[in-house]
Design a protein around this ligand. Sequence first.
Ligand SMILES: Nc1ncnc2c1ncn2[C@@H]1O[C@H](COP(=O)(O)OP(=O)(O)OP(=O)(O)O)[C@@H](O)[C@H]1O
Length: 252
Amino acid sequence: MATDYLEITDLTVSFDGFIAVDTVNLTVLKSDLRFLIGPNGAGKTTIIDAISGLVPSTGSIEFAGNHLQGKKVHKIARLGVGRTFQTSTVFEDLTVLQNLDIAAGAHRTPLTLLRRRSAVPEEVTAALETIGLTGQIDTLAGVLSHGQKQWLEIGMLLVQNAQLLLLDEPVAGMSHDERNATGELLQRISTERTVVIVEHDMDFMRSFAKSVTVLAAGKVLSEGSVAEVQADPRVQAVYLGTAAAAPTGAEI
Ligand SMILES: Nc1ncnc2c1ncn2[C@@H]1O[C@H](COP(=O)(O)OP(=O)(O)OP(=O)(O)O)[C@@H](O)[C@H]1O
C-alpha cells in the first residue's frame, strides 16, 4: 500500500521546558532499515518514545495513514507499531514458545485463547524460523543468550504483525557473531516492513544500514546513505567534537 511508511513532521518533545526533540522531520519508507545515530542526548530514544506513545509530543506522526499522536500505547501497537527496549522484556520463566504464544495472543479473542490448540500457530512457526530459534522452542527464555533474547523480542513483535519496528540499541552487549546474525535478521525482516534502529555501534551501522539519520541536540543534522553521512563535514565535526566522550568505535 502506498501509505505504508512512517512520516514525521515537525516533531517536538519538551521535558519541563527543555526541548529534547526540536521540529524533526523524518520519512522512512517500507523496506528501509533506517539507523538513527548521534551523540548522547541527541534525542534518538525520545523520538522512538514519541512514536510509540510513551512521551507526549507536538507536530505530526503518521504511520500507514494513521495519526499516532495522542493515542494510547496499546492503540499504537494495534496499528502495527512494535518497540523493543535496551533491556530485554521477555518473560524469563516461560519458554520461547510460550513467550511467542502470549505475544500472538494479543491479537486473539478470549475464546480462541481458551481453546486448546494441538499445533503451533502458523505465525509463531514463521517467527521462530525468521529469528532462528526453532530449535529452542522449549527452552526457558531466562537461559537464552543475550542475543537470543533480543531475537525473541523481535519474534514477539513479528507474531503481533508489527509493520513498523522501533529498536533501541538492539546489539548492545552482543558478541561479534550475534551482532552479525542480528544484522542479517534485521535485513530479512525489513524487506516487508519499516525498521528504525537507534544505535551507537558504528561498525554495525556501517555494515547493515540502508539509510541513516544523524541527530544532534534534538535536530536532524544529516541524512542519507552511510557514505553520504560519513562524508558530511557537519557529522564529522559532531563526532570528532565528542570523540573523547564517545565509547570505543563510536567514531563515524
Ligand atoms: N523523561 C525525561 N525527562 C527529562 N529529560 C529527559 C527525559 N528523557 C530524556 N530526557 C533528556 O532529553 C535529551 C534526549 O534524550 P534521549 O535519551 O532521547 O537521547 P539519545 O540520543 O537517545 O541519547 P543516548 O544515546 O545517550 O541514549 C537528553 O538531554 C535527556 O537527558
